[in-house]
Design a protein around this ligand. Structure first.
Ligand code: GAR
Length: 187
């Protein structure tokens, strides 16, 4: 099987990146992580790129035309698929147009509920019964693209934000690789 060359975008801890790197070492996993892009020079996730010798790039999203730098590098590394793994910036439209249906994101809620930031704070405030994660295609509208996979759990009344985050991330480590396998099984 020829693996698709994928780029993972991160902003912080990078535990989903680490998990995807781990999965992608399996010959039957559909993608090879060939580039990591971070908007945050201090992101811990960059250490995983270094450790596993994956090329990485940091970008300054405050600079004009920063999206061109991204596009040039995606082309340079022959990237055909993009995973947003805790990337906390909006993806510019020209990137979405260039990678139509080729960008997926993991979000810590059962979309369409709790789009955007501070999902766990809002879930507790609104006394939600269920939490979970969604892997979805990225479209022009934030957290609104077609869903690929969701995984959920019931919230206990003793769960605080940190419990919800831990439980959600545990599900994310299964959902993200499963979504990628599901996408490429079709081809
Ligand atoms: C993940 O839980 C992901 O769902 C969330 O950021 C975390 C990153 O963790 N993404 C968003 O909130 C996107 N709106 P990680 O850096 O350890 O993978």
């Amino acid at each position: 099987m020829v693996k698709k060359r994928a780029c993972v975008f991160i902003s912080g801890k990078g535990s989903n990146l680490k998990n995807l790197i781990f999965h992608s070492r399996d010959n039957s996993f559909p993608i090879k992580i060939s580039l990591v892009i971070s908007n945050n020079r201090e992101a811990n996730g960059i250490n995983f790129a270094k450790k596993y010798k994956i090329p990485y790039l940091t970008i300054n999203t405050n600079k004009n035309n920063y999206e061109n730098k991204i596009l040039i590098n995606l082309k340079k590394f022959n990237i055909t698929f993009i995973c947003l793994a805790g990337y906390m910036k909006i993806i510019p439209n020209n990137l979405i147009m260039n990678y139509h249906k080729k960008i997926i994101n993991i979000h810590p809620s059962l979309l369409p509920k709790f789009k955007g930031l501070n999902t766990f704070t809002r879930m507790i405030k609104e006394k939600e019964k269920k939490a979970g994660c969604t892997v979805h295609y990225v479209s022009e509208k934030l957290d609104s693209g077609i869903s690929i996979i969701q995984k959920s759990f019931f919230i206990k009344n003793t769960d605080n934000e940190s419990d919800l985050k831990k439980k959600t991330q545990k599900l994310e480590y299964r959902a993200f690789p499963e979504a990628i396998i599901k996408i490429f099984r079709k081809y």
